[in-house]
Design a protein around this ligand. Structure first.
Ligand code: 5AD
Ligand code: SF4
Length: 442
């Protein structure tokens, strides 16, 4: 799963009330980590709204603060500690009254230490979010963190969880510990949710899970589900996938089906077979390359992104060279590059062969440079073409909205149209991360 850290608040579904009326209870939700957490925060948001809280954006305006956290790398924990320190201060000043911590840190052992160090009233993991209901004064609910529970409603972009947890045991990864084993949501349930979302105005559905392509249920496989969803929703994407589960049939469907965005996120982690074995990834670099060939053939104009870890214990210069070679061969349009971060409870945290920080930093920059060179060159090829652009985020002060082409490229475009609309515009220039469109023609 791509893990951009989101600390900026998620757009409000209701107007913030602030502290204008003394009776209004207020709550602030901060989300860290991946799309799964963004999605869980939507559920939490509905819960606090049902309990009569108005949502506010600043800690100092909130009676209750909920931190929905990520544990995947150490710096994620450090950031949360910074927020907890700030909340302690606000508490001493009598502003914030209660603090709850949810999500992946909450599911990890380390949360007990955090609770002792900081003033945290409630800690919840990823499987007992329903306990928050009681905490905010709602009647106790049944377990709500099941794949059955519908997520976002009515938004232009909706995330639909199709599976939770993960059955892999990658050496470095804490996710199976904090999210549990894979549970796949039944097809009818997913399709039912997609139908009601689309009827409610949703224009873009993203299927969500740690390894969506591992989804299977009653003889159906992920591609069956994707095809069925692509017939019901006007625009569809999915994330994240695992190379061992990715079928050629799915890759071809991305190219063939008009409603599927031609964008693939397929984490490779390393280009070295030796490292892939140490990481327990279950595939070799050659197999990954073949998948990418199928994708590029199916969707020549499409975008490909990946996750790469540099500095996993035991990574040699030769392993690193192989990663650079793979990056060059696959010509990724973007990549999330991570420095290895030891997570207590994972196998890699106990492995010998720690890579010195300075070496990790150099390798990180070398991979980054390689990715950016390729991405820039590929983006240049889009210049001059006219594109249909879906508006994802409305325009900011500079009048530029952020949109997405059907090939999955991010585009800045001058329009004041709201998210969910389409515009046509010519691509005038390109950087390594984004395309820039001229005046829309329609
Ligand atoms: N250290 C560094 N990167 C990690 N990831 C997961 N665990 C770790 C770790 N311990 C990265 C992987 C994964 C992405 C979501 O985060 O690349 O695909
Ligand atoms: Fe973690 Fe590996 Fe599962 Fe991805 S596939 S969530 S990296 S264990």
């Amino acid at each position: 799963m791509s893990s951009t850290t989101q600390t900026t608040p998620i757009p409000l579904s209701r107007k913030p009330v602030g502290r204008d009326s003394p009776e209004t209870k207020t709550a602030c939700i901060r989300t860290f980590g991946c799309q799964m957490n963004v999605h869980d925060s939507d559920r939490i948001r509905r819960m606090i709204q049902d309990a009569g809280y108005a949502e506010v954006q600043r800690y100092e305006d909130a009676d209750l603060v909920i931190l929905n956290t990520c544990y995947v790398r150490e710096n994620a924990v450090d950031r949360v500690k910074g927020h907890l320190g700030e909340l302690n201060r606000l508490r001493r000043e009598g502003r914030v009254k209660r603090v709850a911590l949810t999500g992946c840190i909450g599911a990890a052992e380390e949360s007990a230490t955090l609770q002792q160090t900081y003033d945290i009233d409630l800690i919840l993991g990823t499987h007992n979010t329903y306990e928050l209901a009681e905490f905010v004064g709602l009647p106790t609910m049944q377990e709500t963190y099941t794949p059955e529970l519908p997520g976002t409603e009515g938004g232009h972009n909706a995330f639909v969880t199709i599976m939770t947890g993960c059955n892999y045991q990658c050496s470095y990864c804490i996710v199976p510990t904090v999210r549990g084993r894979m549970i796949c949501r039944p097809m009818e349930s997913v399709l039912g949710e997609v139908e009601s979302l689309v009827a409610g105005g949703t224009g873009y559905v993203t299927l969500l899970g740690q390894t969506v392509d591992a989804w299977r249920h009653e003889g159906k496989r992920f591609c069956d589900l994707l095809e069925a969803v692509s017939e019901k929703a006007p625009r569809v994407w999915f994330t994240t996938s695992h190379p061992s589960n990715m079928e050629d049939r799915t890759l071809r469907a991305i190219g063939e089906r008009e409603t599927i965005v031609k964008r693939l996120h397929l984490p490779v982690q390393s280009g070295s077979d030796r490292m892939l074995r140490v990481m327990h990834r279950g595939y070799k670099a050659e197999r990954y390359r073949r998948k990418i060939e199928v994708f590029r053939e199916a969707a020549p104009d499409g975008t490909l992104s990946t996750d790469i870890i540099v500095g996993h214990p035991g990574e040699t210069e030769e392993d690193h060279e192989q990663t650079l070679r793979l990056v060059e061969d696959c010509a990724f349009d973007s990549a999330y590059i991570f420095k290895f971060s030891p997570r207590r409870g994972t196998e890699a945290a106990t492995l010998p062969g720690t890579v010195p920080d300075a070496v990790v930093q150099r390798r990180f920059l070398e991979v980054l440079r390689q990715v950016e060179q390729n991405a820039f060159a590929r983006n240049q090829r889009k210049v001059g073409g006219e594109e249909e652009i879906y508006i994802r985020h409305g325009s900011t002060e500079d009048g530029k909205a952020i949109g997405e082409t059907w090939s999955g490229h991010a585009v800045h475009v001058a329009t004041d149209l709201a998210p969910g609309n389409y515009v046509r515009a010519r691509i005038e220039s390109a950087g390594p991360h984004v395309l820039y469109a001229g005046e829309p023609s329609g």
